[in-house]
Write a protein that binds this ligand. Structure first.
Ligand SMILES: CC1=C(CCC(=O)O)c2cc3nc(cc4[nH]c(cc5[nH]c(cc1n2)c(C)c5CCC(=O)O)c(CCC(=O)O)c4C)C(CCC(=O)O)=C3C
Ligand SMILES: [Fe+2]
Length: 390
């Protein structure tokens, strides 16, 4: 077996946690799942009913769980290929297998320090802090279960940095968009798509180095430039959003992809490649909001549309995630085992591969990282930062 690194390259980690959103496995799961997702959120009942219908349209099961299992297998294979020893666990914030159960199993197997990879490439409350809050709450619950005094955690969990500008994630998107252009076989507008979030959440995301929107614009510019080079012709591109929820009175990032297609049609655009750079797999937002709804909008407008693949289990992406785990392990070794020693900011000198104009995002979240609103602490503790309440 070829091995590009020493087995000790994963130290101090005993396990890798693939941390994801979760989704229903069948019709009976849909409502309890939606209640988990929206607990304490200001989401109108009408919106929930509509989203429940999206799931029922697919037999009540989300594709996300199967996709995460495929990624878990791909990571396991890539880790073995490199001659490394690191079991890959899978846990979700909103559905079984839950984060706490995955961590409980890791602890029972003897793991004490775990590195997490979140299935969200971008930094925002939804893609960073909410996962870190879920980790902290899970660790809090597990302490007493394993006989520790309340407030003591059985495990330390670190997370790899937001990887939107890591070469592996970006390369997999470049490949997918190039293939989509080859399949449409004609000149087409390139429309990048991501999940909309409230404007207030976007503003709060900026503390990590650049806002959620700016992170996407950076990736989009890099991908578009590389695809132009591969195709040998210039492209025009935009960033649009899908899956808005929340009350209509609350501003969210725009334009919505359907409105954007309508505007493009009015401008005479006849063909579009949609690239879902905001998502790592073809879960419900992609399967329904893009493949069902936006594709129907395009058809009604007479626009020929092709949807580029998400990164899924593409080789550059999977390889990149394992590179990020090794990067995080090197940082952990440099900083020592005590999370209290972690710096309140950037990583010390460490080789961190990036592409685009933005720097590598912090591996240890900065104070105020990815709050729901700028300057407003929720009082909910979050893992993977020097101060859980900051
Ligand atoms: C930025 C972002 C990502 C990408 C990063 C990441 O991947 O984490 C993402 C992913 C996902 N979102 C998902 C599902 C849902 N998101 C909801 C609601 C919301 N998402 C938000 C943001 C994001 N969401 C926000 C600001 C809300 C409002 C309420 C809140 O602040 O939480 C709701 C409630 C109903 C609705 O309002 O739509 C559902 C059901 C699924 C599972 C899909 C499947 O089952 O296949 C996935 C992967
Ligand atoms: Fe963060």
């Amino acid at each position: 077996m070829p091995s590009d690194v020493e087995p000790s390259a994963v130290a101090p980690y005993d396990a890798l946690l693939l941390l994801s959103f979760g989704g229903p496995d069948g019709p009976d799961d849909v409502l309890p799942f939606l209640r988990n997702v929206t607990a304490g959120k200001n989401i109108p009942d009408e919106r929930l009913a509509v989203v429940a219908e999206h799931y029922h349209h697919f037999g009540g099961a989300s594709p996300i769980n199967g996709q995460n299992q495929a990624l878990q297998r791909a990571l396991t294979d890539e880790i073995a290929r490199r001659g490394l020893d690191l079991p890959v666990l899978w846990g979700n914030r909103n559905w079984m297998p839950y984060t706490r159960d995955a961590l409980a199993a890791a602890y029972a197997d003897g793991a004490r320090r775990v590195v997490a990879v979140v299935t969200s490439a971008y930094s925002s409350y939804s893609g960073c802090r909410q996962y870190r809050e879920n980790l902290w709450a899970s660790l809090d619950e597990l302490g007493p279960e394993f006989g520790l005094p309340a407030g003591e955690h059985p495990l330390v969990v670190d997370k790899v940095r937001s990887y939107f500008n890591h070469p592996g994630f970006v390369q997999a998107n470049i490949d997918a968009v190039t293939e989509a252009f080859e399949s449409i076989g004609r000149d087409a507008r390139l429309v990048f798509v991501t999940h909309s979030i409230p404007d207030t959440m976007d503003a709060a995301s900026e503390v990590s180095g650049a806002s959620y929107r700016a992170q996407h614009l950076d990736v989009a510019a890099t991908v578009a430039a590389a695809v132009e080079e591969r195709l040998g012709r210039p492209l025009t591109w935009d960033l649009a959003y899908c899956s808005r929820s929340g009350p209509p009175s609350q501003p969210w990032l725009e334009p919505d992809v359907n409105d954007h297609l309508t505007a493009l049609a009015a401008d005479g655009v006849q063909a579009v490649v949609m690239s879902p750079i905001g998502f790592v797999s073809d879960h419900m937002e992609v399967a329904f909001d893009l493949d069902t709804e936006a594709m129907q909008t395009a058809a009604e407008l007479g626009i020929v549309a092709v949807r580029a693949d998400t990164v899924g289990v593409r080789e550059p992406f999977v390889r990149g995630l394992v590179d990020l785990v090794l990067e995080r392990a090197a940082l952990a070794r440099e900083l020592g085992a005590d999370p209290a020693l972690l710096p309140q900011g950037d990583a010390p000198a460490l080789e961190q591969a990036t592409v685009g104009a933005l720097p590598a995002f912090p591996s240890v979240c900065r104070p105020g990282c990815c709050r729901m609103r700028e300057g407003v602490a929720t009082g909910i503790p979050a893992a993977c930062s020097a101060d859980p309440l900051s």
